[in-house]
Write a protein that binds this ligand. Structure first.
Ligand code: NDP
Length: 314
């Protein structure tokens, strides 16, 4: 029996747009809706999910593989009965990485030129000549998490001329990037940065890692970009660091919880730019192509590049 993709991602109403995307990029693939009352689990079914409900777990356990439309799978592994024995593959691919690199480039340059102040001045109709002469080639950017996305972003920033370093769990070498590894190296990595970018996955080891202690290792007035997960950051510590000048500003694409509550102090902070978790989401067609390739790889009995290690949590 040929492989079939059973789609629950983005809810019942999104199925038609997924169906059209698969029809245009992988017409040989059979797809069906998770919510179709006539659907029964077949022998070669692969699920495409984003945020499945607890009552989906029993059926997910009968899939040959699960592909998540997000690069982070922390929300899936948080379900006590998520089927950990079924291969779980994260979203990836060139467009996802390129979008993330573009976003981080925009965020870092916004901090470098203090674009937040320009936006506030415009809102207030103020013409104030606040020239800033910091340049990319003298700015040191450090990326926490040098995985699929982090490594791509690091090299894209280095290509533009930034001085780039990165921090990860295990040692590695990356062309043109200074790589630090392990908890003990964290203070030295942080000590020489102008802008810190978070691209870690959310795991028990990284939850709350970005707190007042971490900020205290940064040179005074550094910038911060969070594109990892909101859970990494202790929100009150971030606000204090912005208020006392430890940080010059921050750009947050991810917060906790999401959506950010209306009464959150983050919304109106003059040193903060907030975007609604939009840094990197490839088009439906590109995601469908990626999913088709992942399923073909699993059908051949091979290991996809972004197969999640559920014991590590990413
Ligand atoms: P990967 O799993 O490919 O990479 C994770 C990196 O983090 C690896 O370099 C890993 O190190 C490092 N790491 C993990 N745990 C630790 C730790 N305890 N200490 C130090 N380093 C650690 O993930 P991706 O690059 O694909 O994605 C990263 C995250 O980006 C996702 O989990 C998601 O949260 C976020 N994301 C956000 C999006 C947005 O739109 N805002 C979109 C897509 C992703 P090592 O290699 O040594 O194990």
């Amino acid at each position: 029996m040929p492989a079939r993709i059973v789609i629950s991602a983005d809810g019942r109403k999104a199925f038609e747009s997924w169906r059209l995307a698969f029809a245009s990029v992988a017409p040989q693939l059979s797809v069906c809706s998770w919510y179709d009352p006539a659907y029964t689990v077949g022998e070669d079914d692969y699920a495409l999910v984003w945020s499945p409900r607890p009552d989906h777990m029993e059926r997910l356990a009968r899939m040959k593989g699960i592909v998540c439309t997000g690069a982070g799978v922390d929300h899936l592994l948080a379900h006590a009965d998520f089927p950990r024995a079924v291969p779980l593959v994260r979203m990836g691919g060139e467009q996802t990485a390129r979008l993330m690199a573009d976003y981080v480039l925009w965020a870092v340059i916004s901090l470098l030129r203090d674009a937040r102040t320009w936006a506030l001045q415009q809102q207030q109709g103020q013409w104030r000549n606040n020239v800033c002469s910091r340049t990319s080639n003298t700015t040191r950017v450090g990326i926490m998490g040098l995985g699929h996305l982090g490594a791509y972003v690091a090299q894209a920033l280095a290509h533009v001329g930034f001085c780039v370093s990165g921090w990860k769990r295990t040692p590695a070498e990356l062309d043109g990037i200074t790589v630090w590894s392990g908890v003990d190296a964290l203070p030295d990595f942080l000590g020489e940065l102008d802008v810190l970018v978070n691209l870690l996955p959310a795991t028990p080891a990284t939850d709350g890692l970005i707190n007042h202690v971490l900020f205290s290792h940064l040179p005074k007035g550094a910038g911060f970009v969070n594109v990892g997960r909101g859970r990494h950051v202790v929100q009150n510590d971030l606000l204090s660091a912005l208020d006392d000048g430890t940080l010059c500003g921050a750009v947050l694409d991810v917060v906790s919880p999401e959506p950010l509550p209306e009464d959150s102090a983050l919304w109106h902070h003059p040193r903060l730019t907030i975007t609604p978790h939009v840094a990197s989401e490839a088009s439906r067609e590109v995601q469908a192509r990626y999913v088709a390739d992942v399923v073909a790889c699993l059908v051949r009995g091979e290991k996809p590049a972004l197969l999640c290690d559920v014991t590590r949590g990413y």
